[in-house]
Design a protein around this ligand. Structure first.
Ligand SMILES: Cc1ncc(COP(=O)(O)O)c(C=O)c1O
Length: 356
């Protein structure tokens, strides 16, 4: 089926571009010896995860426990939940999951360590954990100066198995490439090295340090402390990340229909905030940079048209470049997999709605 025979809005992923992006990341990590544990929250799709594993990824990162459960249901058995798992219902689900697959979880607070340890001890399981550090983003993560103490607490917890450290330098990933960014990212990642050195004096080994993102993978992959990268967006890409990692190509678009052309300067698409996330970046039509997303309403996307464009009339289908993949793909039930303009497969977004 040709893409233009699809009804809209429809999410399209160009499989050749996707595979080129995956191979590019695999080549860098092969060169540096760092491993990839791709962050599947961006695309929530088993078929993409399987391709990453075939190319050498050593497991999968996810944000939410429910994403990890879905991955486990599809046979993915090496997982990191890169988020706090707090509260009795979730802790019980985590205990159930650790009985089925190898799943690590991030911890950044002594109370979380106590709760997880108690539940794991009661259930006679050992729960693998990474201590999550704030390496400058000021989101979650324990302060680096308190991290070694939390690690010692984990090591002393019978129900827990200390596997290493994690953190995300998300405050730096959108810096333009150059010396300033390299220095800033290395400085953030050096915080792991200080904790590793501190733990060495206690005889505590740190097998895993998981960090990095699409915006700084080149630097993180070369940092001596980092053993694995939590990169996600590089696979599918979007206009936001395209501005700072142009070496990855845009694989993902939304096929839309022009529903109205109220005047020469404006056209309306059937894609609003319920079908595209423009919170962090804006967008244009594919191959038509003069047709720009101006404003999204709940159900409508208003585009400014900086050309005559007599072809853009109601009923015409066009491709919109995805501005922010992580915030957009989860709105779709499936991806239409495209090669040379033809739909060659359909891949479900299995993690859609998995926010718990
Ligand atoms: C914990 C964590 N790790 C890694 C990433 C990197 O993902 P990406 O490669 O999509 O920037 C993110 C992105 O938000 C994240 O929250």
């Amino acid at each position: 089926m040709n893409i233009y025979d699809l009804d809209t809005p429809a999410l399209l992923v160009d499989v050749d571009i996707l595979e080129r992006n995956l191979r590019k990341m695999a080549a860098i990590t092969a060169e540096t010896g760092t491993r990839v544990r791709p962050h599947s929250k961006v695309y929530k799709c088993i078929e993409i995860v399987r391709k990453q594993l075939e190319l050498g990824a050593m497991g999968v990162t996810c944000s939410k426990l429910s994403e990890a459960e879905v991955l486990a249901d599809h046979g993915i058995d090496n997982l990191l939940v890169a988020n706090e798992v707090v509260g009795q219902p979730k802790i019980q689900r985590l205990i159930d999951l650790v009985r089925r697959v190898d799943v690590m979880v991030g911890v950044d607070h002594p109370l979380a360590v106590d709760a997880l340890n108690a539940a794991a001890t009661d259930a006679s399981v050992r729960l693998p954990v990474l201590v999550d550090m704030d390496i400058g983003m000021k989101r979650n993560g324990i302060a680096p100066e308190d991290a070694a103490e939390l690690v010692r607490k984990v090591v002393a917890s019978r129900g827990l198995e200390f596997r290493g450290l994690m953190g995300y330098e998300g405050h730096l990933v959108s810096m333009p490439p150059g010396e300033e960014k390299t220095n800033a990212v290395n400085e953030a990642l050096d915080r792991f090295s200080f904790v590793i050195d501190e733990l060495k004096t206690d005889g505590i080994d740190v097998p895993i340090v998981s960090a990095g993102g699409t915006g700084d993978y080149q630097i993180a992959a070369r940092h001596p402390a980092v053993t694995e990268l939590q990169v996600g967006t590089y696979a599918v890409m979007d206009t936001l990340y395209g501005s700072f990692t142009p070496e990855f190509e845009l694989a993902t678009t939304i096929l839309c229909t022009v529903t109205s052309r109220p005047c020469r300067e404006r056209l309306i698409l059937d894609v609003g905030r319920k079908a595209v996330n423009t919170a962090l970046s804006t967008s244009t039509l594919k191959d038509r940079p003069t047709v720009e997303m101006k404003y999204t309403y709940a159900e409508h996307g208003a585009m400014t048209v900086d050309e005559d464009a007599p072809d853009l009339i109601p009923g015409v289908k066009v491709e919109l470049v995805v501005p922010y993949a992580c915030g957009t793909i989860h709105m779709y039930e499936q991806m239409h997999i495209v090669r040379d303009g033809e739909v060659v497969d359909i891949w479900p977004v299995v993690g859609r709605g998995k926010v718990q």
